[in-house]
Design a protein around this ligand. Sequence first.
Ligand code: SAM
Ligand code: DTB
Ligand code: SF4
Length: 331
Amino acid sequence: MQHHTVRTDWSVAEITELYHTPLLALVARASSVHTVHHSYRDIQCCTLLSVKTGGCPEDCAYCPQAARYATGVDVHKLMDVGTVTQAAQRAREAGSTRFCMGAAWREVRDNSDFDRVLEMVTQVRALGLEVCCTLGMVTADQARRLAEAGLTAYNHNIDTSSSFYGSVITTRAFDDRIDTIANVRAAGLSVCSGGIIGMGERDEDRIGFLHTLAGFDPHPESVPINVLVPVEGTPLADSAPVDPFDLVRMVACARILMPRSRVRLSAGRLSLSHEAQALAFLAGANSIFTGEKLLTTPNPGTDSDQDLFHKLGIVPTQPYSVEFSITESAE
Ligand code: SAM
Ligand code: DTB
Ligand code: SF4
């Protein structure tokens, strides 16, 4: 049956047709794919921590942490291991099963800071959490060392289509991102890669973005779909707000194209009503970032999310059972 097939050979024409499907029919199809591979009760809660903040040499037009934009972000050198493990412990107590550490680096360097991140990875993993890092570009050897330290997944977003990429970032190329993702995969790590909508991209760019992701073999296990959080001082500060239905459309397409992946409703949830988030869950989103803050920008707090889960009858993935969450049978 079509729904059981995981394909990596989707054509641009097929994805274009999918993308332009009337929304309710698209959501209905995504929902039927979702229930084959996942359970609606299972939404993974993840916690982000910026372990090294601001001062980044890159020019990503959306990013509050790029040194060249005056965004008022508090620049902070790499945190101590103890501070990070305490934050991970609190995240676990608050119900998170995955802890994601972000650093505002262009790339990882083989220095004492990297050694410290490796130690953070080992200690957070020892708490029984999935551990993800997003540290910029990595070599094959660095990815291997992260895997040896106990890392579960590495996040490296392609962000948008290859053709729109240069309008958003000029200090590195789309293919650099692809190379890092290949290094991560070669190290046996789980891949987390997605992107952002609301940066002025056209439908064709969203389709191209989905086409690149759906063409990875295997697909990224984790696909974050971010809605741009416009930050004062960045070139994209005055971007037009995203229509929540566009987010739902992207989630539904991601779910249909990459049936087994965890699709993460990531940045931008503050601009979404509970109803819009419910529709995104119906369309196949099955993870959120919880807690008051993403990396540097605000996020709905625990009260709001617990209220949302309660209203929808969602039981977040339980701590300590994370190994089983992806294979859990459908309802
Ligand atoms: N420096 C590393 C890198 O670029 O890969 C890791 C950190 S970076 C902040 C991680 C991701 O956050 C980016 O790839 C981007 O997709 C997302 N992001 C950053 N700023 C954002 C914003 N204002 N709104 C939505 N997503 C954002
Ligand atoms: C991802 O795709 N979104 C998260 C995570 N991966 C690292 C980061 C969102 C950051 C939003 C802007 C900020 O808070 O600085
Ligand atoms: Fe630096 Fe990452 Fe922000 Fe780009 S997205 S400016 S690489 S921290």
